[in-house]
Design a protein around this ligand. Sequence first.
Ligand SMILES: Cc1cc2nc3c(=O)[nH]c(=O)nc-3n(C[C@H](O)[C@H](O)[C@H](O)COP(=O)(O)OP(=O)(O)OC[C@H]3O[C@@H](n4cnc5c(N)ncnc54)[C@H](O)[C@@H]3O)c2cc1C
Length: 398
Amino acid sequence: MTYDIAVIGGGIVGLSFAMQATQKFPDKRVLILEKESGVARHQTGHNSGVIHSGIYYKPGSLKAQLCVEGARVMVEFCRQHSIPHEVCGKLIVAANAEESARLDELRDRGIANGLVGLRLLPPEEMREIEPHVGGVRALLVPSTGITDYALVTAKYAEIAQAHGAELKTSAAVRGFQLSSGTVTIQTRTGDFVARYVVNCAGLYSDRIAQLAGHDPEMTIIPFRGEYYDLINSRKALVRSLIYPTPDPRYPFLGVHFTRRIHGNVDAGPNAVLAFRREGYKWSDFDLGEALGTLTYPGFHKLARSQWKYSISEIHRSLSKKEFVRSCQKLVPEVRYEDMQPGGSGVRAQALGPDGSLVDDFRFVPRDRFLHVLNVPSPAATASLPIGREILQMAEAHW
Ligand SMILES: Cc1cc2nc3c(=O)[nH]c(=O)nc-3n(C[C@H](O)[C@H](O)[C@H](O)COP(=O)(O)OP(=O)(O)OC[C@H]3O[C@@H](n4cnc5c(N)ncnc54)[C@H](O)[C@@H]3O)c2cc1C
């Protein structure tokens, strides 16, 4: 049988696309190919579960537009399908006068992105919201929330399948054969034929593009993020979400406290280079993948510009004392013995050959393919509008 659309990757992005494609085009045959035995096994199932507000992103960027809209529709989706969620708000905390000045800029950026209800709080007011927080000032972002993105993705899959999509798990894509009008997709469990292919393979999206014979003009760099959990008796130190003021020189938000939707409180994630794309711990190593990262031309430039940051992240990963010290900037009362090792996740971050980290979401149509090449955080939050955008782009090319 020939499918109209094959989606590679059963993460939140691929399944959002598949769900919306089947809803909009009930007559099209949609196939989802996932290499694991179930959906949401990688980034989607290993993230912080935060429904981001959209405050951080450059006004006018896809990230800003799709995140602000995505947060709103994610809350509606969760409500409609009884998926646990809570719009609990968050505090972004300034530790000193320099960070305090950056909070003003962040507030202005949030307003430019259309956020409402942002408030700069003096210490006494921020401690009414989070009694144990440290720092000199905070920005309250009321629209931030929490949910469980693995449950959201399972629901996307259920709806897509109810509308006729077929989900094949344990079907790792290994290659393609192009003929006029169709693509034969070779997988571990056999071949499938489709007229159009949407590549949502996350940590392997660049590899899938290469298998299709396309130069992705970037590579995926895997950054592992590790978490510590607060022990039960100390969970009360954090009521909702406490973030540091982001440093614009660095790509990630910094270690923060997150109360999860299922009740635990964790701190993290840090950001260390992983030597395997799905390397969830230091001992996970793949020579080919590690060499692929280390020999990529852009990587040397990135390493030169970010070596101090990288060393401090490695130090924090290897030293619990150092990790706890970062956490104490946000919640001074937290102690070494209050924290126990938690989970980890690996972010797929696109890096260009010039050594710059690709900042915005990137979707690239080529021939009978649409490659979703850069969908890092806040892509779980923004997954519904991302799925809609790539559907519109696919429609224009299939
Ligand atoms: C530590 C961490 C914290 C984060 N926190 C947040 C947050 O709080 N809020 C937020 O909005 N976002 C967050 N994110 C980002 C968010 O999780 C990702 O942007 C999002 O999950 C990306 O979804 P995806 O579908 O593109 O990728 P994935 O979930 O990785 O899915 C890709 C799928 O493709 C499959 N695949 C790969 N290769 C093949 C192949 N050859 N054949 C078949 N299948 C293949 C994989 O098995 C995988 O299931 C976080 C990410 C991480 C790692």
